[in-house]
Design a binder for this molecule. Sequence first.
Ligand code: TYM
Length: 325
Amino acid sequence: MRVLSGIQPTGRPHWGNYFGAIRQYIQLQSEEKAYYFIANLHALTTIDDRQGANRLEQLTFDAALDLLALGLDPNQATLFVQSDVPEVSELCWILMARTPMGLLERCHAYKEKKSKGLSADVGLFTYPVLMAADILAYDADVVPVGEDQVQHIEVCRDLAASFNHRFGDTFVLPKAKVLEDAARVPGTDGEKMSKSYGNTIEVFEDPAAMRKKVKRIKMDSRPMEEPKAPDSDHLYQLFCLFATPEERDELAALYRRGGFGYGQVKEQLADVADRFLAGPREKRAELEAHPDRVREILAAGAASARAKATEVLRRAQEACGLRPA
Ligand code: TYM
């Protein structure tokens, strides 16, 4: 099994990124081959000035620190920065040449912006094609992601299948892999946790700041004594991500009994999150003190990723007549 996934360096990773995606990266890193990258080309669709550019560079490096601190092992998986593999951008053009407009018009990020009456950039419109190139360039068959990316993996499959149909078998058709318990991690307002909704709690947030955000999680105003259904409650869902099975059962029983305050549950959530993140925090601080080591990991990752992407690009070029077979 060949695994691939990417994360945008548009902000520090939040609980949704970790439980929906990064946790899967770590679980799958010992597969035959695993490629994980920091999608700085995708992030460019949201950067608009020099200040943003400096920030993008820093955030890209920070994302590498974050992934390594959370358990990504460079001896098992290939970790690299998207723009270090320019072959992917060429592959993107090859795919774009025959991508139907209608396919991209249906994609949610573009559709959402249009529905708000905002003008969209070509980069946002063609974003799923670059994603397809990212995936196809490494012959990936499994793409671990949160639910919001599933549509993009379907677009990738469509583009790959249509290229194969036209030019003969060239690309591997990938499948999305979504974890059931964290397909859509809720944010502090109960909606999907997302940088663009401003409802995130960051993985490497300072513990006191994290506790404050947890305290501000929006809840309903039902009376304390009323029994409540745990499974549909976003505070309970967040607690479950960090808690042991026994802790989950105990809290679920309390919900069903009633007679508790949300404040008390929030304290418990902050405690289990703290416990969970103490190790990664320590590891991150250690890595931060050795930036050269991290740069070496990214350079080695880029070299290995480039070798594979070059092979796949050649195959595609030969298939469609851009290079003698
Ligand atoms: P990005 O950076 O928005 O998110 C990274 C990963 O985190 C997952 N995720 C969530 N999962 C569960 N609940 C949430 N609230 C939540 N929020 C985010 C996302 O599903 C994603 O898996 N386009 C991609 C980056 C990308 C990519 C790729 C991914 C570029 N090329 C190729 C896979 C394959 C993105 O913007 O992810």
